[in-house]
Design a protein around this ligand. Structure first.
Ligand SMILES: O=P(O)(O)OC[C@@H](O)[C@@H](O)c1c[nH]c2ccccc12
Length: 261
């Protein structure tokens, strides 16, 4: 079994257990459930820099990245740096994140927040909304076309933006539909962890122009972003490059200031 299959198998068990403890109807009572749309796609369309910064303590590919920081402070630092939105990993087992992290980030900033999660069930969308998310990630590698359709349509009805992530042409062809807002190309293969920015470059012309194009993973230089912009990318998801620093917000600020020059 590859790592992605293992993560998803564990996720199914986790969600089944959570559902038996806290019914979905509970999440609909959250004060955050009534929040209006706060669109990341819109923010990216208007932005010159397009940075989405991620809060990620560890990952299966890199183990520990940064365990010593406070998610609220990181979110505030990213916000001050001028990012368009923040991605918050909420998977506990493989990434050391939680829904609490999302809530704490929500309490700290007003900019769009992405719930970074392996979403396989509608229940997780209700959780995301109840904890202050504005955007959800759907990963084409782990979903069928009909699942992508059902999940993205429910997300839209909850005023959540949808970022659909692909890694190859087959996933892209399977997933394109009007209920998506952004198409993300993950430069990292989630089954082997190989990273290449060429993945974004190769797939760019196959992505219809009505979607905001986002390049994800392995981005660590201004030059990489300049090169990706030529291929039509408006959003750039950066995790490790900022998180490995003692002060991720400061590191994001230096990066964005440089990008503006
Ligand atoms: O830390 P990086 O290489 O900058 O990558 C960030 C982000 O793209 C990555 O964390 C990611 C992209 N898609 C995912 C799906 C699940 C978990 C994590 C991810």
């Amino acid at each position: 079994m590859n790592i992605l299959d293992k993560i998803v198998a564990d996720k199914r068990k986790e969600v089944a257990l959570k559902k038996s403890i806290i019914p979905a109807s509970q999440w609909e009572k959250s004060v955050l459930f009534g929040r209006d749309r706060n669109s990341l796609a819109e923010a990216l369309r208007k932005s010159e820099t397009g940075i989405i910064a991620e809060h990620k303590r560890r990952s299966p590919s890199k183990s520990i990245i940064n365990q010593n920081i406070n998610v609220g402070q990181v979110a505030q630092g990213y916000n001050k740096a001028g990012v368009c939105g923040i991605s918050i990993l909420t998977d506990i087992k493989y990434f050391g994140g939680s829904l609490e992290d999302l809530l704490l980030a929500r309490a700290s900033v007003d900019i769009p927040l992405l719930r970074k999660e392996f979403i396989i069930d509608e229940y997780q969308l209700l959780e995301a909304k109840a904890h202050g998310a504005d955007v959800i990630l759907l990963i084409a590698a782990v979903l069928t076309r009909i699942e992508i359709k059902n999940l993205s349509e429910l997300a839209q009805s909850l005023d959540l933006d949808v970022l659909l992530e692909v890694h190859n042409e087959e996933e892209l062809k399977k997933s394109t539909m009007p209920s998506l807002d952004m198409l993300g190309v993950n430069n990292r293969n989630l089954k082997t962890f190989d990273v290449s920015l060429d993945t974004s470059k190769e797939l760019s012309q196959l992505i219809p122009n009505d979607f905001v194009k986002v390049s994800e993973s392995g981005i660590s230089s201004i030059e990489a972003i300049e090169a990706l912009k030529i291929f039509g990318y408006k959003g750039f998801l950066i995790g490790e490059n900022f998180m490995k620093s003692v002060n991720p917000g400061e590191s994001a600020k230096m990066f964005i200031d440089q990008l503006k020059k």
